[in-house]
Design a protein around this ligand. Structure first.
Ligand code: FAD
Length: 392
């Protein structure tokens, strides 16, 4: 089966609803909230009401049961308005996907209905202060003691670390396993949202980031924090590395979607500005050098969109997508860096001013080349898959 760019009627309706919400409720306030690093509580409430937290959760658990393709299209729209909103959804989406695909029937019943409404939202925690790309080098350990695991260790860069009620935690249940991945498990850690200090768990203040403000990113410091054994994802130790990597694979389609949303907005801002701003007696859009920039920007956005749709549709058909998701994430991330930089250049000095949206988009874009696997790691993944598929 080949790629289709034609959306279903349901997809068209959902995308139109989200676009309308973004135009009315997000774009008018996004710059102000971003510059004040304010959490968008009212917007999140509306996201719950539209059903976005349950968009991909199966209907039997109260979600809308939409495929990954619809989810990706929605994320493009949200990121076009404000990247923080796609970040609030992203870790929730991956955690729900992990529970749906690897959770025990009891875990699905326990978590998914409350996640579908957004009543409980989720974070995903792999990184540690000394280990990001090399995820098998994590040190956070969960040692079983009767009916509980006692979790000890420091996790870093936890997006939604404060407001989440569930953390999909990558940790070592067997710290001496060789190879280390065999000792890695995922615990569905429950905690009180907004609490900064709980017995055995401290949530650090929000890390002051370059961009991607509005959503908090914290450290989680565990010291014998107790997690019931029934919260071990899938009920079997040593499966965590695979469960996390599979979640990150769908997450890569999601990062590609976020990059496309940010780049699309940068392009829209740039092409409008290019027709308003005049130099040497005519709008700068009439200079061929600017038209060339616009042409390259739009072409790259379109190419990224096709890669994203291809990866999402393959995943929805149950096909293997490690190569396609890696390519989509790699290309879309670098594309967003290029497009936001070109958009800033087209704005001249004004692009450097906080008065203009393009300044925010330019600061947001570098996240894509880092989060959920840097571009260098993405190239490794793509390279390995190519050698496997074209083995002589
Ligand atoms: C805003 C933000 C939000 C985040 N949110 C989350 C989150 O919610 N949950 C979470 O778990 N993590 C999160 N992260 C962490 C993110 O996933 C890591 O930063 C990322 O995986 C890179 O890890 P690192 O920072 O430790 O860099 P390192 O792994 O130390 O890499 C440093 C550099 O070396 C390169 N490098 C590393 N290994 C190789 C290699 N083998 N070959 C070639 N080059 C290599 C990298 O590409 C990079 O350029 C977030 C990060 C940011 C910035």
């Amino acid at each position: 089966m080949t790629l289709t760019t034609e959306l279903t009627d349901v997809q068209k309706e959902i995308v139109a609803t989200v676009r309308d919400f973004v135009e009315k409720d997000v774009i008018p306030v996004a710059n102000e909230l971003e510059h004040a690093d304010t959490y968008p509580a009212e917007i999140v409430q509306k996201m719950k009401e539209i059903g976005l937290f349950g968009l991909k959760i199966p209907e039997e658990y109260g979600g809308l049961g939409e495929p990954l393709t619809t989810y990706a299209l929605v994320v493009v729209e949200l990121a076009r308005g404000w990247m923080a909103l796609s970040g609030i959804l992203n870790t929730h989406f991956i955690t729900a996907w992990q529970i749906e695909n690897f959770g025990t029937p009891e875990q699905k019943q326990k978590f998914l209905p409350r996640m579908a409404t957004g009543e409980v939202r989720a974070a995903l925690s792999m990184s540690e202060p000394h280990a990001g790309s090399d995820s098998q080098a994590i040190k956070c350990k969960a040692i079983r003691d009767g009916d509980v695991y006692k979790v000890t260790g420091t996790k870093m860069w936890v997006t939604n670390g404060l407001r989440s009620g569930i953390v999909s935690l990558m940790c070592k249940t067997d710290p001496s396993a060789d190879p280390p991945r065999r000792g890695i498990s995922v615990l569905l850690v429950e905690k009180e949202p907004e609490a900064t200090k709980l017995p055995g768990l401290e949530v650090s203040p929000n890390i002051d980031k370059l961009g991607y403000k509005g959503v908090e990113t914290t450290e989680l410091i565990f010291d014998e924090y107790e997690v019931p054994v029934e919260n071990l994802l899938g009920g079997e130790e040593g499966q965590g590395f695979y469960q996390i990597m599979a979640g990150i694979e769908v997450g890569r389609v999601n990062v590609a979607a976020r990059a496309i949303g940010v780049a699309q907005r940068a392009f829209e801002e740039a092409i409008r500005y290019a027709q308003e701003r005049e130099t040497f007696g005519k709008p700068i859009a009439q200079h061929q050098a600017i038209q060339f920039k616009l042409a390259e920007m739009a072409t790259q956005i379109e190419a990224a969109r096709l890669l994203m749709m291809n990866a999402a549709q393959k995943k929805d058909r149950g096909e293997r997508t490690d190569l396609e998701a890696g390519m989509a994430k790699l290309f879309a991330s670098e594309m967003a860096m290029f497009v936001t930089t070109e958009a800033l250049r087209i704005h001249g000095g004004y692009g450097y001013s906080k008065e203009f949206t393009v300044e925010r988009l330019y600061r947001d874009a570098p996240f894509f080349i880092i989060g959920e696997g840097t571009s260098e790691i993405q190239k490794q993944i793509v390279g390995r898959q190519l050698l496997e598929r074209y083995k002589i």
